[in-house]
Write a new protein. Structure first.
Lengths: 152, 286
């Protein structure tokens, strides 16, 4: 067992982990963050995406012990003061159906908008290309992101 | 979901510490940087290390530096960092273009180019650019260091020239001395996150030097030495393209797998060579 300290959604958290504990599992089972989802467990689907030091990563391919001293942000953190403009736009555009891909998409979309407030449609598609969605065909997701960013 | 395989985890602060761990554990230790390949392999039972040596805390591996026309890419440099680097974009454009095609943002934010060549899957997107640029792999163990030419690095699918007590420190590339145009063509089942069904990296210089390399259509990525011998010194024309396309088939050995048939790969590599050459020359002349 190793004691790790991480900043999770702005709060310092200390927990014990085994070296082989996967970050996704620790977030969901020990740290109370249910938004990152287990989709493929191999880094292909993006449902487990979280922000690590501001950059989106596949939490299913990170050991919890690796984030000692680092900053992790999940959807719970992004929306702790209410829905973000992006989330409200996704609602308006009916961008999600079952919602399973949504946390990962929102993480990727947030990362994009933080670095590129005015992305082209191609840039939007590239940003979410690592988030697989079985329901929507992606168009309502892209439309919402385009709408959200073109007004800036 | 959780891993059943146990291992010890070390996060050395210095390179020497890391090398000492490697000397101690030998082949029973694995280096952990991005982990996007390694952690998956451990999950699937293909790797069962006794120790993981997390090198992300070793600052000297975090550098991208161009000094006296020699580029050093440290072992911790991710594909995202390569893409964000003006040095790479302006001076090693083929590497920049190739890096943008790797997986997707979430993977690129963690995956290192060093890890990419250590995993050494036949379809690796960094392969053609590194071969075209004649890169060298800087490798170290507790006894010393050596450089391995990228042309000697790949031995077989997932097998490289590295020894079990060695780790890669970084990559070295000498900047091409002449004005050149480059192009990386990647064929995938869809745009976005996919492994290459076929990949071609090309450089054409103002002195009609041609460097062309492939990935995903042979057990290891390689230069098209016969095509280069055909084209070097000449101005490209339709006939030469056709000859080059015929030669290509004798230099590759694609297989049929879940992503494509070998017939499709054989056909498409020829198309990509033509388009890649034309695009490289267009960019050279810009």
């Amino acid at each position: 067992m190793a004691k790790i300290k991480l900043t999770l959604n702005g709060e310092l958290r200390t927990i014990d982990v085994e070296p082989n504990d996967i970050l996704l599992d620790v977030l969901r089972d020990k740290l109370g963050m249910k938004s990152p989802k287990c989709g493929c467990e191999r880094g292909d689907c993006g449902a487990c995406s979280v922000l690590l030091n501001g950059k989106s990563v596949r939490s299913c391919l990170v050991f919890a012990i690796e984030v000692d001293g680092q900053e992790v942000v999940t959807l719970e953190g992004l929306s702790e003061n209410g829905l973000t403009t992006l989330q409200k736009t996704f609602l308006e555009f009916n961008s999600f159906q079952c919602g399973f891909c949504a946390p990962g998409v929102i993480i990727s979309a947030t990362e994009l908008i933080n670095k590129n407030p005015n992305p082209s449609t191609e840039e939007i598609k590239e940003a979410i290309s690592g988030n697989l969605c079985r329901c929507t065909g992606y168009q309502p997701i892209i439309d919402a992101m385009k709408h959200c960013t073109s007004n800036k | 979901m959780s891993l059943t395989h146990d291992f010890e985890y070390f996060k050395p602060k210095t390179l020497n510490e890391a090398l000492d761990f490697l000397a101690q554990f030998g082949s029973k230790a694995k280096i952990l940087a991005g982990g996007t390949d390694l952690i998956l392999r451990i999950k699937e039972g293909f790797e069962t290390p006794d120790a993981l040596i997390d090198v992300k805390g070793i600052k000297e591996l975090n550098r991208i530096e161009l000094v006296d026309n020699v580029l050093f890419i440290g072992a911790n440099i991710t594909f995202s960092e390569l893409i964000e680097s003006e040095i790479i974009k302006d001076n090693f454009h083929l590497l920049w273009e190739s890096s943008k095609t790797v997986a997707s943002v979430g993977t690129r934010n963690r995956a290192t180019i060093t890890g990419n060549i250590c995993s050494a899957v036949p379809s690796l997107d960094s392969g053609p650019a590194l071969l075209v640029y004649n890169a060298e792999v800087l490798v170290k163990n507790s006894k010393g260091e050596r450089k391995i030419s990228i042309h000697d690095w790949f031995i077989a699918p997932k097998k490289t020239a590295i020894k079990s007590d060695e780790m890669v420190i970084g990559l070295l590339i000498h900047k091409h001395g002449k004005k050149n145009g480059t192009c990386y063509m990647k064929l995938g089942r869809y745009t976005g996150e996919d492994l290459a069904q076929a990949g071609v990296g090309i450089l054409v210089s103002e002195e009609n030097e041609y460097r062309i390399a492939f990935c995903a259509v042979g057990p290891i990525p390689k230069r098209f030495t016969k095509i280069e011998a055909l084209l070097n010194g000449k101005t490209l024309n339709g006939e030469l393209i056709k000859e080059a396309q015929l030669l290509a088939l004798s230099e590759i050995s694609p297989i049929t797998d879940i992503r494509a048939t070998k017939e499709y790969r054989n056909h498409m590599i020829q198309v990509m060579i033509e388009r890649g050459l034309k695009t490289s020359i267009e960019r050279l002349n810009k």
